[in-house]
Ligand binder design. Structure first.
Ligand code: TRP
Length: 449
C-alpha cells in the first residue's frame, strides 16, 4: 500500500519531537520528580532514559521504517505467522487509555489559558491559586467541556492527514514553547527560593528515594519519549529512506530532556519561593507557575503564551496518539481515515469523562485506593508501556536478524552507524535485564537497593 510520508526530514523530526514533548515534560515530569523526592529520582531517571529509553526509541523507529506499517501490522510483517504482535495490541489499548486521560489535562490547560487571558492570577495568594485548581478539576461539567473541545480539534487534524496536520503544528509550536519555558526557567532562577528549588531538583538525596522510584522513572521515560505504544513505529514508517535514524533518535531525546529539565527548574524554584508542596501531585504545574507570572515584566502575556503553548504541545502529542490509533484502524481494520479517527476519538472521550469525574465527588470511581485518573496514569506508563516495550526489544534482540537491524540503521550501508555494536549489546542484554530487575524490585521482590 502507498503510505503517506513526511515532507521533509526536519518535519519528521519535529513531528516526532512534537509527539515526545508535551504534557509529559511540563506537567508530568515535575510532578513525578516531586512525588518521588527530587534529585535522586532525577539521576535514576536520566540514567534510565539514556540506557533504556534511547535504545528502545531507536528500535521502534527501525521496526516502523523496515515494515512501513502501523505497530500491530509491523510485527506481523516482520515476523509472519508469529504471535508477537500481541505487544502491538497492548500498545493500541495503552495509547487509547492515554489519549483519554491526557486529553483531560490538555483540557485543563485550555481553562488556564482563559484564566490567564481574564487575568485571574494577579493579586491571588498561592493558597487561592491552589483552591482555584482543586475546585475547577473536581467540578463535574467544566473540565469535561474543555476536554471535548480539545479532542474535537485533535480529531479534526488527524482526519485531514498526517503531513499537512502534524508536521505544520509541530514545526511552529515546539520551538516557541521551548523559548517560553526557557524564559520562565530564567525567571525562576532569580526568585528568592531559586536555590532551594535547584537543590531539590538536582541534589541526589537518596534518603528520599524508594524502590517504586525506579518503576516510576522507567514508566516516565517511556511516557515522555512516547514509547511502547507504536507511535515511534508509526512515525518511523513515515520516515524517508535516507533519514539517519540513530541521529534523529538522539536529537529527539535531547530536545525532550532539555525541555523537561528547564520546566523542572521553572516549577521547583517557584514551589520553594511560594511555600508550596513539591509532592503536590498532578496539580503541580497549575498551582506553581500562576504565582510566577504576575511577578514578571510582561507577565500577563507570558502567562497567556505559556498556557496556549502548553495546549499546543499537548495537541501535538494527542495528535500522535490518535494518529497511531487511526493508522491501526486503517491498516489493520480496513476503516477509512475519517471513520477511524472519529470513531476512536469518540471512544477515548468516554475514558476522559470517567477520568475527569473521578477527581471530583459527584461520580468518583476509585481503583485500588487511586482515583480512576491516577490509576490509568500509572497503569499505562508503569505497566502497559513497559511490558509492550519489553516484548518489542526481546523480539528485536533475540528473534530478529542482526544484519537487518544494521542494514536499517546504516541506510543499507550508505551511512556509518558506529554506535551499532553498543546499541545491539544494550538491546540484547542490558535493557531486558535492567527492565526485569526494575519490575521485580517494584513488586518488592528485590529488597536491597
Ligand atoms: N510523550 C508525550 C508527552 O510527553 C505524551 C505521549 C504522546 C505519549 N504519545 C504518547 C505517551 C505515547 C505515551 C505513549 O507528553
Amino acid at each position: 500500500m502507498e503510505r503517506r510520508g513526511f515532507n521533509s526530514s526536519f518535519g519528521m523530526l519535529m513531528a516526532a519531537v512534537g509527539s515526545a514533548v508535551g504534557l509529559g515534560n511540563i506537567w508530568r515530569f515535575p510532578y513525578i520528580v516531586g512525588t518521588n523526592g527530587g534529585g535522586a529520582f532525577l539521576l535514576v531517571y536520566i540514567s534510565i532514559l539514556v540506557f533504556i529509553g534511547l535504545p528502545i526509541l531507536i528500535s521502534e523507529m527501525v521496526i516502523g521504517r523496515r515494515a512501513r506499517s502501523d505497530s500491530v501490522d509491523s510485527f506481523k510483517k516482520l515476523a509472519p505467522g508469529k504471535k508477537r504482535y500481541i505487544s502491538g495490541l497492548i500498545s493500541v489499548i495503552a495509547s487509547f487509555l492515554i489519549l483519554g486521560f491526557y486529553s483531560v489535562v490538555a483540557g485543563w490547560s485550555l481553562e488556564y489559558l482563559i484564566k490567564s487571558i481574564t487575568n485571574q492570577f494577579s493579586g491571588s495568594s498561592p493558597q487561592v491559586i491552589e483552591t482555584m485548581f482543586t475546585s475547577f478539576t473536581s467540578s463535574p461539567i467544566k473540565p469535561i467541556v474543555w476536554t471535548f473541545v480539545f479532542l474535537f480539534v485533535t480529531i479534526f487534524i488527524v482526519k485531514s492527514g498526517v503531513a499537512s496536520g502534524v508536521e505544520k503544528v509541530s514545526k511552529f509550536a515546539i520551538p516557541v514553547l521551548f523559548f517560553i519555558v526557557l524564559v520562565l526557567g530564567i525567571r525562576g532562577l532569580t526568585l528568592e527560593g531559586g536555590m532551594d528549588g535547584l537543590r531539590f531538583l538536582f541534589y541526589p538525596d537518596f534518603s528520599n528515594f524508594t524502590m517504586e522510584g525506579f518503576l516510576a522513572a522507567l514508566g516516565h521515560s517511556f511516557f515522555t519519549l512516547s514509547l511502547g505504544v507504536g507511535i515511534m513505529i508509526t512515525y518511523g514508517s513515515y520516515a524517508k529512506d535516507d533519514e539517519n535514524i540513530g541521529k534523529s533518535s538522539l536529537l529527539i531525546s535531547i530536545c525532550d530532556t532539555t525541555i523537561a529539565l528547564i520546566a523542572g527548574i521553572a516549577i521547583f524554584t517557584s514551589v520553594f519561593t511560594f511555600g508550596l508542596n513539591p509532592g503536590e501531585g498532578p496539580g503541580l504545574v497549575f498551582v506553581t507557575l500562576p504565582n510566577v507570572f504576575p511577578l514578571m515584566p510582561g507577565g500577563y502575556l507570558f502567562g497567556v503564551a505559556f498556557f496556549l503553548l502548553l495546549a499546543l504541545a499537548a495537541l501535538t502529542s494527542t495528535i500522535s496518539l490518535l494518529e497511531t490509533l487511526t493508522a491501526f484502524g486503517i491498516d489493520s481494520m480496513n476503516l477509512s481515515r475519517n471513520k477511524a479517527a472519529i470513531g476512536i476519538g469518540v471512544c477515548a472521550f468516554v475514558v476522559s469523562i470517567i477520568s475527569s469525574l473521578s477527581l471530583g465527588d459527584t461520580f468518583s470511581i476509585q481503583i485500588g485506593g487511586l482515583s480512576f485518573f491516577d490509576f490509568v496514569d500509572k497503569l499505562t506508563s508503569n505497566y502497559m508501556l513497559t511490558i509492550a516495550s519489553f516484548i518489542e526489544i526481546i523480539f528485536l534482540g533475540w528473534f530478529y536478524k542482526r544484519e537487518y537491524l544494521k542494514d536499517e540503521l546504516t541506510n543499507h550501508g550508505k551511512i556509518k552507524a558506529s554506535f551499532f555494536k553498543v546499541y545491539y549489546f544494550m538491546l540484547k542484554y542490558v535493557v531486558p535485564i535492567a527492565m526485569v530487575l526494575i519490575i521485580l524490585s517494584s513488586f518488592g521482590i528485590l529488597k536491597s537497593a
